[in-house]
Write a protein of this length. Sequence first.
Length: 423
Amino acid sequence: MASTLYGVPDRFDVIVIGGGPAGATTAGLLAKRGHRVLVLDRERFPRYHVGESLIPAFMRPMKEMGLTERMDQRGFERKYGGTLVWGNEQIPWNFSFIKGGPHAYAYHTRRADMDALILDRARELGAYIIEDATVKEAIQEDGRVTGVRFTLRGLDGIQEARASLVVDASGQARVLSRKLSDISWHDQLQNVAVWTYFDNCERLPGDEYTNILIEGLDEGWFWAIPIDKGTISVGYVTRSATAGAAGQSLEDLFHEEVEKSTKLKKMLGNARQSAGFRTARDWSYTSSRFHGNGWVLVGDAAAFVDPLFSTGVALATLAGSTLSTIVDQVLQHPDIEEEALARYSTAYRSFFDEIRTFVERFYDRTKYKEFYYSLAQEMVDPERTNEPSADFVTLISGLSGKHPMLNITLEDLVGDASEPLSA
């Protein structure tokens, strides 16, 4: 068999573009099932990434990956809930994850460390990992994606690798997605974020000590995430169309809005800014197609929603877990590929749209917390079997397994030999 560099074969069952949480989870769980998987990432891990606060739905795929104990061993800060200054009254209110499902906590992490941990675990499970590898294009034969061409940093020439299926998990780079699928921006969530880090911060009191703080103001909102002892990630999110009006820099806007806050201003009273500012724009979008002939999307390559409830990593890894189970069956039964990936795409899009719809409606900061509770109940518990406040926690925890995406079945396609698919 022909080989590329590093002694890696050039033919695989699956190629995954991107080694972030979505790609590493997909690859690791496929390798765990005995498939030959190649992961290509343009960066070298550990690498910086924003999005340090997680939600309990993330724990489910991490348990499958065998990583929950390691996360505690790494000393990641446990996150048991959140504190919101949001709505008409501007009185702080709290939520606890234990009210919404089987997992009582998630984590706050430095993403460089966490993402490297997940990718290293995928390698342990048998996936081939090549970093510093930039995918240039898909190889297409008779209308089907059959592999990729990529370059390696510091080396001349183009490498090729082929597979039965190619997964785009390249995040907002959307390496394949931007060429094989259109994109729709969600106008209500066209925001800009500016963020930085502070040391020597005051933490929230008592049981709120490890909470994420979300504080709404007239024109935007702040996050404050305790990522380790004394260090907090602080970001401000506002509408792209109005940010930086009259030539004001985003950095100046950040400081101006901090002075208007209550909880956050107190936390930063004696703090020292320990990093420069970073920014991101145009956060929320959906790809028009989540799969095609020989390819499929997962994570931010498929869709991304505003980070208000820290859903990104959980949604990406849940989708990766579900996709790995489906692709396992597709590799054993190639004739079901189109129908199986169509079911995945439909369920994934539905899951994403449910979260996006709630975020869009939650952005109305003229309501009371009871309105937001009732809105969540309407979406996840129309029979009203639980308290509205519990349904709110269930929704922002990642639906706790209640969405069809988490329990897709292909039994009618592959027969009795198939076990029900569950992420």
